[in-house]
Design a protein around this ligand. Structure first.
Ligand SMILES: Cc1cc2nc3c(=O)[nH]c(=O)nc-3n(C[C@H](O)[C@H](O)[C@H](O)COP(=O)(O)OP(=O)(O)OC[C@H]3O[C@@H](n4cnc5c(N)ncnc54)[C@H](O)[C@@H]3O)c2cc1C
Length: 250
């Protein structure tokens, strides 16, 4: 039996990226449909335990999006598209605050700000977190928002092919080939109880950081004055052993 379902925007994948894209499409006034091969709370996103990075400067006011940019490009061995990295790090503070406003139970400092800790290759405490369940909490927050906006999510649909007559053209749901995955295989792994935010004390000091803050970078969450030359500086890579030893364990 062939079933037809029409939408303006079809989002394939119901992880954090897909759900946030669906919310954006909905806000733009389009009729959006999300499809995912797994249950809505069972995307790769739930595995992200460490947290989400944004140069909010809660703990380290010296931080800025430029510093975030430098850390990201350098740790990516200069393979990342700098335009994409710039957009990501510039918009990260707003995105994280938005998640918090939607009910994301991020850890907070005593005075109520979003707490931040060291994680990965970052040289400032820049990671917002929900215990060790950050990705799970973010996905739950996004699913709740998607449900609130009544955006439909089709679960257990494996998309195997886009039947597009020409590149960049996909007119309808009819133009994708997908099949239903048996429900016993799409059982959500989301069995843990609700997450309570918790506070953690900082694990290390920024004293002795090799990073040189960029002058004129403005406040931590603001991009600072426009410049034609990149305002960030990327230090040379330290010895692997010493760099690893500076990282906290998750
Ligand atoms: C162990 C681990 C720890 C991590 N820790 C962190 C961390 O601390 N901080 C951090 O920022 N990042 C972390 N990451 C990376 C982060 O989890 C991912 O970058 C992020 O979750 C990707 O989100 P996404 O929405 O793009 O993809 P996903 O969450 O993988 O979502 C993809 C979606 O597409 C669907 N899909 C895929 N193929 C098809 C198909 N053919 N048909 C239909 N649906 C399909 C899936 O079912 C799913 O819904 C970690 C990753 C792992 C694995």
């Amino acid at each position: 039996m062939t079933r037809m379902r029409l939408c303006n925007v079809l989002v394939i994948g119901s992880g954090a990226a897909g759900l946030r894209a669906a919310i954006a499409a909905h806000r733009a006034g389009t009729e959006v449909l999300v499809m995912g091969k797994r249950a809505r709370l069972d995307a790769h996103t739930v595995l992200a335990s460490g947290g989400i990075n944004a140069a909010l400067g809660t703990r380290d006011p010296e931080d800025s999006w430029q510093q975030h940019f430098g850390d990201t490009v350098r740790e990516g061995y200069f393979l990342s598209d700098p335009r994409v990295v710039e957009t990501t790090v510039r918009e990260a503070p707003g995105a994280v605050e938005e998640l918090a406003a939607w009910g994301g139970p991020f850890a907070r400092t005593d005075d109520g700000r979003l707490d931040q800790r060291f994680f990965g290759a970052h040289r400032w405490r820049r990671t917002c977190y929900v215990g060790d369940y950050s990705g799970r909490a973010i996905l739950r927050t996004l699913v709740a928002k998607v449900d609130e906006l009544a955006i439909p999510i089709l679960e257990g649909q494996y998309v195997s092919r886009l039947l597009v007559p020409e590149p960049g053209y996909c007119q309808s749901h009819e133009h994708i080939r997908h099949f239903q995955i048996p429900s016993e295989l799409t059982r959500s792994i989301d069995r843990v109880p609700p997450i309570e935010p918790r506070r953690r004390s900082p694990r290390r000091s920024t004293q002795g950081s090799r990073w040189t803050p960029v002058s004129g970078s403005g406040s931590p969450a603001s991009p600072g004055p426009a410049s034609t030359s990149p305002p960030w500086s990327v230090p040379s890579a330290p010895a692997t052993a010493s760099r690893r030893s500076r990282r906290p364990t998750a």
